[in-house]
Design a protein around this ligand. Sequence first.
Ligand code: GN1
Ligand code: CA
Ligand code: CA
Length: 123
Amino acid sequence: PGLLFSLGKKVGKKLYLIKNKEMTFNSVKNLCAQFQGSVATPRNAEENEAIQSLVSADIFLGFTDEVTEGNFVDLVGRSMTYKNWAEGEPNNANSGENCVVLLKDGKWNDVPCSFSYQAVCEF
Ligand code: GN1
Ligand code: CA
Ligand code: CA
């Protein structure tokens, strides 16, 4: 099947691994969970920069506001402390953006969870 992940980066106790394949948010969650990991969830600028340095395309982060619109939480329901939204984001464009991507410049944008982006897992 080829390599499961193509590149990795260690930051503190975290390891980020990237898979250069576009997939929906649910597929990223399933991929990461399959290896007892989670979707990349940056907690500070250092982690955000580490993820950014791994990727050359937009990637999903492990936050959603699908439970309560406008209240972004991680995949176990903890609130977002560090955030790095792009100007004007999150805007829930077209009333349907409940997932978050890290853009190439390191800033964040909310997007539809059904769209496909590359995957980064954290362990
Ligand atoms: C994009 O393409 P448009 O303008 O409808 C983006 C939104 C951003 C918006 C910012 C899938 O929406 O999330 O908030 O630009 N949609 C996607 O102008 O990336
Ligand atoms: Ca939303
Ligand atoms: Ca948006």
